[in-house]
Design a protein around this ligand. Sequence first.
Ligand code: GLN
Length: 214
Amino acid sequence: MSGAGLRVGVLSLQGDVRENVEAAEAALESEAGGNGAVAEAASPGEIAGSDCLVIPGGESTAIGGMSLVSGAAAAVRERAGAGAPILGICAGLILLSRGASDRTVGATGQPLLDVLDVRVERNSFGRQRQSFEADVSMEPCGIPSTRGVFIRAPSVSEAGPGVEVLARHGGRIVAVRQGAVIGTAFHPELAGDLALYRHFIGGAAAARDGRRQR
Ligand code: GLN
C-alpha cells in the first residue's frame, strides 16, 4: 500500500504559485493516481513537512530575501540535504544556485541557497519583451521534446562536476540535475505540456515508496 501518499510543497512566497499547484496536482493524478496532496509551503514547518518541493518562477531577489527572513531558506536547504526531490523553476533555479550575475547589470549579491553547484546568468535571453516559447529536448529524463516558456529566463554559465546537463537551448544550458534536485531556466508549468512535471512527481513518488519499503 502506498499509505498517506506524496506530500508536494510549492514554495509560496512569491511568483506563479497557483499555476504550479495546478500542474503538480495534475501530475500527481497521472503519476500516482492522486495518492497524495499538493499544498502551498511558506513556513519552515510547511517546508519540512513536504516530501518534495517546487520552487516557482518569479523574482529571485524577492523570494531569496523573504526566505532568509522567514527561515524558509534554511528549511529548503535542510530538505535538500536530506535528499528530498526539489524542482526549481527559473527564479527557483537561480535561488538554488551558488552564484548569480545579471547579463546587463553584472554581479547581483543576492541571497542564494547554494544547493546546486552551478553559477547562473540572469536574464540570459533578454528582458520581459524577449520572452518566448520553445521545444526543449530532455533526453536524460526520457523526454524527447517538451514545450517550455522562457520569461526573463536565466541560463547556467558554470556547472560543477556533479551536475548533469539535462537540456540546452541556443547553445546555453537551460536544465540541470544534481542528485534529486532539478533546475530549469524555463517554465514547464505554463505551456500545457506537463512532461517534466510528470517526470518529477513520478520520480518523487517512486523515491518515497522505495524509502518506505526499505
Ligand atoms: N529574471 C527573473 C529573476 O532573475 C526570473 C524570471 C522567472 O522566474 N520567470 O529572478
